[in-house]
Design a protein around this ligand. Structure first.
Ligand code: GLU
Length: 579
């Protein structure tokens, strides 16, 4: 390892002691999760965060959270807060980072710009970087030549290199001037904990941009400077970053930094083999919109109206199969896509941690599942507590091949966790879900919420609870009657269901106390007298109360709904008949 160049001091950059040895098992382990705030926390990112967290907890190391917000064009307002919130929901508390502080802050890269510029300046002065102001046309011409096999498929370093003075002059003239790193000669070899030796030949390494023309650093520069300044000893990140690592190692060498250890995690794919990402949401909506266009007379204007965007944007998003124009999914923001999904009746697949949270998964279930994406304990164990995972986890058992995101398995694990956690824990998780998903059950008092959970026992996710009991708690005007259920249960047999409801109403009105036992006794007696089956009364009551044919056990359901709501809904239902 090169000595730290004396020049460092002249720029106010303090040299740091290299940390050696096998970082993974050392209590001096310092790992980081470094999300870019471009949206909600993706499950792939969450898996990276989890593995880093486990490694730190295992050996008493430090887990650092760093927000990589230097790409202003991709920044999404409020995304940082959402990421912090979902990390905490998953139980991945960081030791240093936003909101908790630490000795190496600030932990937002946008607040460290001076530091990056000092390093760029040093690289420039030492001849390890140079100003460049190629126009987009010139860069395209370089690429075109490469395509024709007339030149290397990479940026061609100018010879001689422009001087600093020439660069500054170009800037003065108003050119878009960037700073490129002069990649040192030689192959770069990375020892990766998971992938073994990764060798990148010199021909494949090019001079990349480290400072953009707007004065902001690129991810590469900021990441390398921060990994050093934050004393990171192991970089554990997705394999999609493997191609960046040789660049980072090149920069580390030029800056006299130590090279941390590396572990690149396998990618996560859908069961179909496609990459799991935001695109899947667009694809799901696109399919639903295509059906609407085919069967329901939808046009681009309908897409625009539903999404709340202009017709041109809607057209670009949809594309034109006949005209050979591919859909441009990136033109539609997530909120617009969600509106469009609602209108087209599409269900957005869960991709981000927040999607799973809003769908009613337990953090225990999701986290356990993420733990098994690319790693296994080596025995048959799948359901594992966090503490068990901390003990069992090891980098050696992370696989190289792509991991498959098996939603059935996630659902099964979640069901196991629902049965395993304490009732208090389940209640707390339910409350979080009800709030995040905007369920009408968010306002229930603790006792009622606990009773709902008890009556829905055996559910897989809180969304199951919603389908079973949610309708009981929406305001009466928002109750939706399923036409199929109304026909089958109420209207069939010359309105037999309605007749039953009308007949049983006085019994309900006079029930005292309003308890499941009392209601059951009354309705059972009524059925005996009428020679009717219990179902002949129970199903019409269900439809009256929930709009459909699914609910927890009927008398418990009535007790839960309470007298005023039950009576109001039965009366309302009988009025429907008249209307
Ligand atoms: N900010 C990068 C991302 O969100 C992470 C880079 C890294 O871990 O080095 O993909």
């Amino acid at each position: 390892m090169a000595d730290f160049p004396a020049a460092a001091e002249s720029h106010g950059i303090e040299p740091e002691k290299p940390i050696r040895g096998n970082a993974v098992t050392s209590s001096a382990l310092r790992v980081r999760f470094a999300p870019s705030p471009t949206g909600y926390l993706h499950v792939g990112g969450a898996r990276t965060a989890l593995f880093n967290w486990l490694l730190a907890r295992q050996c008493g190391g430090t887990f650092i959270l760093r927000i990589e917000d230097t790409d202003q064009s991709r920044h999404v307002a409020g995304a940082e807060q959402k990421i912090l919130d979902d990390l905490r929901w998953l139980g991945l508390q960081w030791d240093e980072g936003p909101e908790v502080g630490g000795d190496c802050g600030p932990y937002f890269q946008s607040q460290r710009l001076d530091l990056y510029r000092q390093h760029v300046q040093r690289l420039l002065e030492e001849g390890n970087a140079y100003y460049a102001w190629d126009t987009p046309q010139e860069l395209e011409a370089m690429r075109a030549e490469a395509r024709k096999g007339q030149g290397p498929a990479k940026y061609r370093r100018p010879d001689p290199l422009p001087t600093i003075a020439q660069g500054l002059a170009a800037q003065q003239e108003g050119r878009a001037v960037v700073v490129r790193f002069a990649m040192p000669p030689g192959d770069i070899v990375v020892q990766d904990h998971i992938r073994g030796e990764v060798r990148v030949p010199q021909e494949e390494l090019e001079d990349f941009v480290i400072l953009k023309s707007d004065g902001w650093p690129t991810y590469h520069l900021a990441c390398v400077v921060d990994d050093e300044r934050m004393g990171i000893t192991l970089v554990c990140r997705g394999q999609d970053h493997l191609s960046n690592t040789p660049k980072h190692v090149g920069l580390q060498r030029a800056l006299g930094f130590r090279t941390p250890e590396y572990a690149h995690l396998p990618l996560i794919f859908n069961m179909s083999g496609s990459k799991m990402g935001k695109r899947d949401k667009h694809t799901a909506v696109h399919e639903a919109v295509t059906l609407k266009m085919r069967n329901a007379g939808w046009t681009t204007a309908s897409v625009a109206e539903s999404a709340g965007v202009d017709v041109e944007t809607a057209g670009r998003w949809f594309g034109d199969k006949k005209g050979g124009r591919k859909p441009e999914f990136q033109v539609l923001e997530m909120d617009a896509l969600r509106r469009l999904a609602d209108a087209a009746g599409a269900v957005l697949p869960e991709i981000d941690v927040h999607d799973f949270r809003a769908s009613g998964y337990l953090p225990e279930g999701l986290s356990n599942f993420l733990n098994l994406l690319g790693w296994s304990a080596g025995d048959d164990r799948e359901q594992m507590t966090r503490d068990e995972a901390v003990t069992a986890f090891s980098v050696e058992r992370i696989i190289k091949s792509n991991a498959k995101f098996d939603r059935e398995k996630l659902l099964a694990l979640n069901t196991q966790w629902v049965a395993a956690v304490s009732s208090d824990r389940l209640l707390a998780a339910f409350r979080d879900w009800a709030q995040v998903s905007g369920s009408a059950m968010a306002d229930l008092d603790d006792a009622t919420a606990a009773r709902v959970l008890e009556l829905c026992r055996g559910f897989r996710t809180f969304r199951d609870v919603e389908s079973k009991a949610g309708a009981l708690f929406v305001t009466d005007d928002r109750l939706v009657y399923d036409p199929g259920a109304v026909r089958k249960v109420l209207e069939k047999g010359e309105g037999r269901g309605y007749t039953m409801l009308a007949a049983v109403l006085p019994l309900l009105e006079s029930a005292d106390p309003w308890s499941a036992a009392e209601l059951e006794a009354r309705v059972t007696r009524f059925c005996e007298e009428q020679g009717a089956k219990l179902g002949d009364v129970a199903q019409p009551l269900r439809v009256a109360l929930t709009g459909g044919t699914v609910s927890p056990a009927i008398f418990e359901t009535l007790e839960l709904a309470g007298r005023p709501r039950t009576l109001a809904r039965v009366r309302r239902c009988l009025q429907r008949k008249g209307g």
